[in-house]
Write a protein that binds this ligand. Structure first.
Ligand code: C2E
Ligand code: CA
Ligand code: CA
Ligand code: CA
Length: 279
């Protein structure tokens, strides 16, 4: 048993060292990735359900690592948050999103609202309001065409700085959306405290629609909350026609998901806009 114990201990520390090593390597590579231009943005379309019209896109970060290939955001954004790298990275994401969106407008493509994901740390620590002003100013994108997606956890704070920052951004005309709604906290008090324009229903509620009765009730209730508070309801992770039909019937305003398109590189998204315009 003693022998065994030592072996499993040995195994445990090796495993730990290995993981620590990978994590440290990733952290260092992440620091260099921005200057080496290894990040890019993909865009996923958002459709107006009632008018069947493309109205916007969510910008989603991609890391094309020179040896490891594409690393999904879930694997490195938490590290970027822990190390504070999300502040410069987040600023780059905002600038790049605005630049690309304005580029499409310059080509004469119809106006789209660009939704950018914002980490809690960016709202709490960064000078998010001045970063937004700079990104809009540098690109020429009108504020009404930019939307920031924040999670419930970013809003679960009594820091005056957070309300002041988000109020200042909202006053510019930039829209605020609450992301992954329903997954974070049971308190809904923040819905009163912040000026929010959109509510994104988390994918986990959409997945088993329309058959799952509980999810159906919850989704209906969430769309109701959004509308009663004067907000636009967005469903994310829409994959089937049946989900779409159900959401349309509920009066959910917007939908996003693989049913319409996967997140696309900027060029492919541009081509999709042109193809839709020609239909
Ligand atoms: P999220 O903000 O909830 O983004 C939606 C995720 O769902 C995306 O994953 C998207 O590709 C995926 N998705 C879209 N439609 C469908 C569908 O129909 N079915 C399924 N199963 N999935 C769908 P992705 O791109 O891997 O991003 C994962 C998460 O990483 C995001 O979740 C967001 O929390 C974070 N993230 C991505 N880009 C950024 C960024 O620029 N900044 C920050 N702070 N976080 C980001
Ligand atoms: Ca999002
Ligand atoms: Ca989401
Ligand atoms: Ca999510």
């Amino acid at each position: 048993a003693k022998e065994n114990g030592r072996n499993s201990y040995q195994f445990f520390t090796d495993e730990l060292n290995n993981r620590a090593h990978t994590r440290l390597a990733l952290e260092n590579e992440l620091r260099r990735a921005l200057t080496r231009r290894e990040f890019s943005l993909h865009f996923q379309p958002q459709f107006d359900l009632a008018h069947r019209r493309l109205i916007g896109a969510e910008a989603l970060l991609r890391w094309n690592h020179p040896e490891r290939g594409m690393i999904p955001p879930d694997q490195f954004i938490p590290i970027a948050e822990e190390t504070g790298l999300i502040i410069p990275l987040g600023a780059w994401i905002l600038h790049e999103s605005c630049r690309i969106a304005q580029g499409w407008r310059d080509e004469g493509l119809p106006d789209l609202c660009i939704a950018v994901n914002i980490s809690a740390l960016q709202v709490r620590r960064g000078q998010l309001d001045s970063t937004v002003v700079e990104a809009l100013g540098e690109s020429g994108l009108p504020a009404r065409l930019l939307e920031l997606e924040v999670t419930e956890s970013a809003l679960m704070t009594h820091q005056a700085h957070v309300s002041a920052t988000l109020d200042a951004i909202h006053a510019l005309g930039v829209k605020l959306a609450i992301d992954d709604f329903g997954t974070g906290y049971s308190s809904l008090a923040y819905l009163k405290r912040f000026k929010l324009d959109k509510l994104k229903i988390d994918r986990s509620f959409i997945r088993d629609l329309p058959d799952d009765a509980e999810d159906a009730h919850l989704t209906r209730a969430i769309v109701g909350i959004a509308h009663h508070l004067g907000m636009t309801a967005v469903a994310e992770g829409v994959e089937t026609k049946a989900q779409e039909a159900f959401l349309s019937e509920l009066g959910c305003d917007l939908a996003q998901g693989y049913l319409y398109a996967r997140p696309l590189p900027a060029d492919a998204f541009r081509q999709m806009q042109i193809d839709l315009g020609l239909q």
